[in-house]
Ligand binder design. Structure first.
Ligand code: G3I
Length: 566
């Protein structure tokens, strides 16, 4: 590799102190709001009492953007693995160019919630950029060494990060080595080297080898067993073995899982269930749910029966976010919460297997008070209401909104864990009705409150004026779509045109737009109305949208939307 790699090493100490600073500042922040009272004792409490961790694979997008996701993530789990954010393509997409935003986001979340982090994954044949795959042997070894030194080194001083998957999926099903680009270029030597370099980067982290279809005793798991035995005999620092456990009800449960974990434990390694999910052939039925629940019970029981099993990571937790349907068409529903964050029988199975006694609570919370509106502007309103009570505890509220002073349909516009909510993005001089309802942890929902009617102010004084609110409709690692950008005439007279300006983060470029004409100067984008949507009566609004590409792994989006009339 070229000289910049030397600079990476030189900055390791600084990066390590940055990580330490991150830890200190995260600890200085008060703990997130207390976990809501739950009908069932949280999984993390039960697992900890058994000396195990229970974790989830975290996706950065919902972790940043969905309160319901975060609430379950922090309440139920005491361990987290980055589903994608620590992989090579996410962290070093091009040579010596690093992106730690997703990885840091997950580590910061874990620190704030007293969760341990498992780093996933250093050396894998998937999600590794092309620039690595095409290297010759000498350069590839250097790239691996530097990747491990920088990434592992970044978190080496962070007590939350306790373990790493050093190599992932090195075997074929018959137990021969997978002829990946790693193997084809370096032979099997890359495995021992990667473990030694990881140990050098963090002497305290447990270092794991991880694979799928190794849960029972078979050719692949026996190859894994032999490799681990041989590596340890050579003093290669292999501390733990990860059994991914991507299971499917139609293929049966590996009934010798416990026996298999035990034979690895006898080698002196820690064992862990690293990516547990149990898919079904969709759609769900109560019979399939029951089979799935039984498999989850079996997996927990296997780990509980083996002292060297440190815990279980579920590969996600909500069916809303799972890799399964993308990979296995017509299969899915593999996790313990449904797409609406409601616990499934699989959740109850895991809870019970860890020793919990989930309640059969069927009592709904009391009806919340009628919302009271305050702080009304041309685009927002603050709502507060008298809290509900519940025999077990209220976990949150749904906020419902209907257009106008009568008629229309109430739809949910947000959730809140407290008895208040701020609704933004409203149109000026427009009437809305709001209701709220309460939920408890067992999924019981109260009656809806009475409605309050709110009319936003006209804004913009007596002349023309406009406002713009932007919504990120979807995003992926290398781009996003902002749709709608709602342009509202917040004045009291009609306008005949509008201009919205906003700022793109460095490296972002607009790749398409609709319902407006966009011009870019530096990082500033100017969007002018199209011929057909410039005229807006007082209080009226229109929308446009656009798509942006951004550097892989960057989670920032366009910001600073302001509207002006020409
Ligand atoms: O970054 C791209 C983006 O540019 C693109 O537009 C978007 C649209 O599909 O996809 C984005 O990348 C996706 C990536 O996840 C990040 O979300 C990939 O398409 C998608 O294939 C990738 O899937 C991940 C998969 O590993 C990759 O093989 C899954 O989320 C992740 O759950 C899965 O996890 C693996 C473990 O790491 C190892 N064991 C098996 C397990 C399941 O496959």
């Amino acid at each position: 590799m070229t000289p910049p790699r030397v600079r990476i090493r030189d900055t390791r100490r600084r990066l390590a102190s940055l990580a330490a600073l991150t830890l200190v500042s995260a600890l200085a922040v008060p703990a997130l709001s207390a976990a809501p009272a739950a009908a069932a004792t949280p999984l993390r409490t039960l697992a900890a009492a058994k000396g195990k961790f229970i974790g989830f694979a975290a996706a950065t997008n919902p972790l940043a953007n969905e309160a319901a996701y975060r609430t379950i993530a922090q309440t139920e789990f005491n361990q987290v693995t980055a589903e994608n954010a620590m992989k090579w393509e996410s962290t070093e997409p091009s040579d010596n160019s690093w992106t730690f935003s997703g990885a840091d986001q997950i580590v910061d979340f874990a620190v704030a919630n007293s969760q341990q982090v498992h780093g996933h994954t250093l050396i894998w044949h998937q999600q590794t950029p092309g620039w690595v795959q095409g290297l010759g042997a000498t350069a590839m070894r250097t790239a691996i060494q530097d990747h491990i030194a920088t990434l592992v080194g970044r978190y080496a001083d962070n007590a939350a990060l306790v373990s790493w998957d050093v190599v992932n999926e090195v075997f074929n099903e018959d137990g021969t080595f997978r002829t990946s680009f790693w193997y084809n270029t370096l032979g099997q030597s890359y495995i021992a080297d990667a473990f030694r370099w990881a140990r050098a980067a963090d002497p305290n982290a447990k270092l794991c080898i991880n694979d799928y279809n190794v849960e029972g005793v078979n050719a692949k798991s026996t190859a894994m067993y032999n490799l681990v035995q041989s590596l340890r005999a050579q003093n290669v620092p292999v501390d733990c073995v990860g059994f991914q456990s991507h299971l499917a009800t139609q293929y049966g449960f590996p009934s010798d899982m416990r026996q298999n974990l035990e034979r690895f434990a006898a080698l002196g390694v820690e064992v862990r269930i690293t990516e547990l999910d149990i898919r079904i052939q969709t759609p769900r039925t109560s019979a399939k749910d029951a089979t799935q629940a039984q498999y989850y019970t079996n997996a927990v029981n296997a780990c509980l029966a083996v002292p060297a099993c440190s815990g279980i990571t579920i590969w996600g937790f909500t069916d809303k976010y799972s890799w399964v349907p993308d990979t296995f068409p017509s299969e899915g529903a593999a996790l313990i919460y449904d797409e609406n964050y409601q616990a499934k029988p699989a959740y109850t199975a895991v809870n019970t297997a860890f020793g919990g006694t989930p309640t059969t609570d069927t009592q709904a919370p009391t009806t919340p008070g009628t919302p009271v509106a305050s702080g009304i502007t041309s685009s927002s309103v603050n709502l507060s209401w008298t809290a509900s009570t519940d025999n077990v505890g209220v976990t949150g509220y749904d906020i419902l909104r209907a257009p106008g002073t009568s008629g229309g349909t109430f739809t949910q516009v947000g959730t809140s864990t407290t008895a208040s909510f701020s609704n933004t993005g409203l149109s000026a001089n427009t009437a809305y009705r709001y209701q709220v309802r309460a939920r408890d942890a067992a999924g019981n929902v109260s009656a809806v409150s009475s409605a309050v009617t709110v009319t936003t102010t006209t804004g913009g004084g007596t002349g023309g004026g406009c406002g713009a609110t932007a919504t990120v409709q979807t995003q992926w690692q290398t781009g996003y779509v902002i749709e709608p950008v709602r342009v509202t005439n917040s004045g009291t007279s009609a306008i005949s045109g509008w201009t919205v300006t906003f700022t793109l983060p460095a490296g972002h470029t607009v790749t398409g737009s609709w319902n407006a004409t966009l011009t870019t100067s530096g990082q500033t984008v100017t969007a002018r109305n199209a011929a057909y949507n410039g005229s807006l009566g007082a209080g009226a609004s229109t929308t446009f949208g656009f798509q942006v590409s951004r550097p892989n792994g960057d989670t920032a989006t366009a910001s600073g939307f302001t509207c002006a009339t020409p």
